[in-house]
Design a protein around this ligand. Structure first.
Ligand SMILES: *Cc1c(COP(=O)(O)O)cnc(C)c1O
Length: 646
């Protein structure tokens, strides 16, 4: 945590000691970066893996040369690859260390990021570990089946399954995949029995149990008695009895539980595993041929970098998680003399979060700062003179009083304006003086031992608004929907002191399209973000990090801003990089067609309107041509703000 003062005005800059290490501290990049992101000596954020590190700014330049404009969702393949390795390797090490008598098999829950690129990369990089998929619907199953090549990989089928879903899964088993149907409700079982007999395939069946272990964090309703998921104990007995009657108890191979996503506290995870093991042991005793224990998701991402049990953090490392899972299962089942099962986890968030970064440029800044003060005039309004006086008697002792007076005078001025007794220019002078007083008050609070309650949020309320070229609703829906925090920071200029305090606004015209909570490893969250002042003629780029999980398909078309450009890069050993895939974002025509417009018809109608204008003599034929051409080009253009060179 950066504890020094952040200077307010540029005149102080020369006195400030600032280096890249302080920037790293301020933005916490070494805490949340997970060794994938760091700062280099030139003040640039680099993406790195074992052998390579590449400044993200270099990639941005490469994008511009390829006509891929901001905002861009950047996917870094190596990070996904490395994360799959870390997960599988950590389990392998934990199993070795604990003398555990079975193996680990990971599956990736497709719902966390269903994009073809991501699913295909996971299938590809995961092949070495037979990493499989968890699916919750027919489209997800079909996506997984099209991506997986490695026989022996697991496909865990959750969710409500009709006979078509089950038939698809049974046929996949014929191809060599281990497709396990996890029963979420007792009504699914007869369909599985009927379809498997009809196709002559013995089904692999799992049961999802309702966990009573409550966990902290945002998703704590996934567990507990009222959880909508899983079988109650009497339903579970019913399933066992049905299978017994059909002489199919040997098909019951997997016990599934999922405590929730982003579980910050390792103790909750351990408690859940103990409960799951109890079910496991007793179902074995009932005669089930269980050989897999599936613990679902929940492995958290440390978004704030605080390494604590706050909702957006976690109080454990990946290695600790794996060791705890393995040892808890070993110890609990050893007590009952039950052989160790294959351990399955469905980590989604922790697998994909790190590999995507949302990049955007800043379009404009709104400063809440006084402009040049108006010189004193003999004939000025008494309210204005009184506001000048407030500035004169401002001191640390009078700060609260001056704050009150400023508000009083501004209110008076606004009232006079409303009644037509002062003009717009006078009001503008008063508003400017008001800002001048407030900034003076803030300066006084900086050195106070105890800041009065009224003045506490004052600095934040004077923060700049930086307008970013992105849509919160399209690209970062969880910030809006569930107050998710993501690390956000400039990707360059970090060798310079960031002198501004800002909140971010997107380009939708929605008052919810803003970001005014930021990570802070110590305070848990901050109301403003430290940024650099914009420079004329130079772009300023920000990155929102760890956005690979859950953001892409939950996003919507608010204001008809469409999908952003997406680029996958691979970092090379020599510090170069290559664009593996690029997907141009939605055009205006694309988003219009999503809401049932026909772009051809849209163009035709406008052309008719223009033609009518020609007929009626409002425009010339030449103008009509230009108007229609512009319209047609815009239909094919990007939905975000484009800086055009004329
Ligand atoms: C959402 C979900 C997951 C993924 O959870 P993460 O916390 O993202 O790892 C895993 N399993 C099931 C059943 C889920 O519903």
């Amino acid at each position: 945590m950066f504890t020094g003062e952040i200077p307010g005005g540029s005149e102080e800059l020369d006195d400030i000691q600032w280096d890249v290490a302080q920037a790293a501290e301020l933005y916490g990049i070494d805490r949340w970066g997970n060794d994938y992101f760091a700062l280099n000596d030139d003040g640039l954020v680099v993406a790195k893996t074992l052998n390579a590190d590449v400044p993200i700014l270099d990639i941005v330049k490469g994008l511009a040369e390829r006509d891929l404009h901001m905002p861009v969702l950047l996917r870094i393949e190596n990070i996904l690859d490395a994360q799959l390795f870390r997960l599988n390797n950590a389990f392998r090490e934990a199993i070795k260390g604990a003398g555990y008598q079975n193996i680990y098999r990971g599956v990736y829950p497709v719902k966390v990021n269903q994009q073809a690129q991501v699913v295909e990369e996971i299938a590809d990089f995961g092949k070495r570990y037979q990493h499989g998929f968890e699916v919750g619907s027919k489209p997800e199953l079909i996506a997984a089946l099209s991506a997986l090549e490695e026989p022996g990989s697991l496909i865990i089928c959750n969710g409500y399954k009709d006979s078509e879903f089950i038939e698809l899964g049974l046929q996949a088993s014929k191809l060599g995949f281990i497709c396990i149907f996890v029963i979420e409700t007792p009504t699914e079982l007869p369909i599985i029995i009927e379809r498997s007999r009809a196709l002559g395939v013995s089904p692999c069946i799992g049961v999802r149990v309702k966990m009573t272990t409550r966990v902290s964090g945002h998703w704590n309703t996934t567990s507990g008695d009222r959880s909508v998921f899983g079988l109650t104990t009497s339903q579970l007995i019913d399933v066992v009895d049905q299978l017994k009657r059909e002489d199919m108890l040997d098909c019951l191979q997997l016990l599934h539980c999922h405590l929730g996503s982003q579980i910050p506290n390792i103790r909750d995870i351990r408690g859940g595993i103990v409960e799951a093991c109890r079910y496991y042991a007793d179902l074995r005793r009932e005669g089930a041929a269980l050989s897999y224990i599936d613990l679902g998701g929940g492995l958290a991402v440390d978004y704030t970098g605080a390494s604590n049990s706050g909702e957006q953090s976690r109080n454990y490392s990946l290695e600790e998680y794996c060791a705890d899972v393995v040892e808890t299962i070993r110890d609990t089942l050893d007590e009952y003399g039950v052989p160790h099962p294959t351990i399955v986890t469905e980590s989604g968030r922790a697998t994909v979060a790190y590999s995507s970064v949302l990049l955007f440029n800043i379009l404009d800044v709104n400063l809440f700062e006084p402009t040049q003060s108006e010189p004193f005039r003999e004939d000025e309004h008494p309210q204005i003179s009184q506001m000048r006086e407030v500035l004169e008697y401002l001191s640390q002792e009078s700060a609260q009083e001056c704050f009150n007076d400023a508000h009083f005078h501004r209110q008076e001025v606004r009232e006079l304006f409303r009644r037509g007794q002062i003009d717009l220019r006078t009001r503008a002078v008063a508003e400017n003086l008001f800002l001048e007083i407030l900034h003076g008050v803030v300066a006084q609070t900086e050195t106070m031992d105890r800041v009065p309650t009224d003045l506490e949020g004052l600095k934040t309320s004077l923060a700049d608004i930086y307008y970013g070229n992105f849509s919160l609703f399209q690209s970062l829906p969880d910030i809006w929907a569930i107050d998710q925090l993501f690390p956000i920071m400039p990707i360059h200029r970090l060798e310079e002191v960031p002198t501004r305090q800002a909140v971010l606004a997107d380009i939708t015209c929605d008052c919810d399209g803003k970001i005014d909570r930021f990570i802070d490893p110590v305070e848990s969250s901050n109301k403003t973000l430290s940024l650099h002042a914009l420079k004329d003629g130079e772009e300023y780029y920000l990155g929102v990090f760890l956005v690979g999980a859950y953001q892409e398909t939950l996003g919507d078309l608010h204001n008809l801003f469409g999908d952003t450009n997406v680029v996958s890069v691979r970092l090379n050993r020599d510090g170069s990089y290559e664009f593996v895939k690029e997907i141009h974002g939605d055009t205006v025509a694309d988003v219009l067609s999503y809401v049932e417009y026909d772009p051809k018809d849209v163009l035709l109608r406008y052309r008719n309107t223009a033609e009518r204008a020609v007929r009626e003599g409002r425009i010339t034929v030449r103008e009509r041509q230009q108007i229609v051409k512009r319209f047609s080009e815009s239909l094919q253009g990007y939905t975000y703000y484009e800086k055009e060179v004329y």
